[in-house]
Design a protein around this ligand. Sequence first.
Ligand SMILES: Nc1ncnc2c1ncn2[C@@H]1O[C@H](COP(=O)(O)OP(=O)(O)OP(=O)(O)O)[C@@H](O)[C@H]1O
Ligand SMILES: [Mg+2]
Length: 401
Amino acid sequence: MPDDPLLTTLLAAVAAAPADVPLRLHVAELLIERDRPGDALQHCSHVLATEPSNASAVAMLERITALMTQPAEPGPAPAEGFDWRHAEEQVADIPALSIEEPATPSPTVEDIERPSVRLADVGGMEQVKQRLEIAFLGPMRNPALAKAFGKSLSGGLLLYGPPGCGKTFIGRAVAGELGANFFNVGIADVLDIYTGSSERNLAGIFAAARRNAPCVLFLDEIDALGQKRAHLSHDSSMRNTVNQLLSEMDSLGGDNEGVFVLGATNHPWDIDSALRRPGRFDRMLLVLPPDAPARAAILRYHLRDRPTSGIDVDRLVAATEHYSGADLAHVCTTAAERALAASMQAQRLQPLTTADLVAALGEVRPSTGPWFATARNVVMFANTDGGYDDLAAYLRKHRKL
Ligand SMILES: Nc1ncnc2c1ncn2[C@@H]1O[C@H](COP(=O)(O)OP(=O)(O)OP(=O)(O)O)[C@@H](O)[C@H]1O
Ligand SMILES: [Mg+2]
């Protein structure tokens, strides 16, 4: 289509921002108008692969399907043969859709993706990787062996630690290791105490995870299940929700359904104790602020696409103990803004330097302090069953206890 500047520009924009859903849908719409349903289908499929319940995309898919299945009008033969096999391949990996029963408007289905990150992409944090391997990945990869040793595959693993320190990132890497999909759900959004549909929401989520197996179901903010119950002491709906989650987890049985549950929380001490019993979230994994190699990896990652000159990563690593991964990202953005301002003033590109980053460190302070203050109290007064021994050891090592 040589003479379609609008479309050409928009296609270039899609190539530059492949995850921009509204843009993709807009392009697909234009392609339909231009009688190119096959190409429209490609963009629509792309959206549905990441947002299976996107209502506009679902409606569009129906329209495209109708267009493509219309009997060819008698008369002029179609200009070009439509490649049905190719089209089928394009839609093959769209998660099952329930077009007739409109998907419950659920704010929970953030994303189902197939991550390519692996544990090797997680910088440093050797202890976490080792524990993951022994407690989770190894048994999942060797189910027969695990069974012989009486190791149950059921139950989930709970990642906990200060905010922004890599829980979600590690969850994604676990999915990458297992070659599984990654389904990220904010449990706080599932809870619907007013209409009592939390249980239905949960059932829908587990069903979606099963449909997309193998799948790592990442339940974020799982502490919401304890906290709200404590605040609403007469509330039975929260108890029902906890029970529903437990029975969904039990019914997975860990065998061959290929759904692996990971929970994440910044406040494990707020979680309903029923969830922490054996066979449930009985294994906890502490995810601490990034150690030196992790900080180096995170800094390199956030600087990789920015113009830089002679960055002294070691110096920055030494100056950023207690910074979370999110803090480090913020430091890099702040430094980039400084370099950009300098470039605009000089009217030529001034690459980002170590000095910019050091100056940014003065502006961005580590955000993990308040978390450790709470953690310290928990370890001192509530570590009765030794569940927080890892945390206690870390606090002692860093003289926070
Ligand atoms: N070891 C690491 N190697 C590389 N990148 C990391 C590492 N740890 C964290 N990051 C990066 O740090 C950022 C924050 O991590 P993430 O969002 O996973 O934290 P989180 O613990 O899930 O935070 P929250 O508690 O806010 O949900 C991400 O950009 C992630 O890519
Ligand atoms: Mg997270």
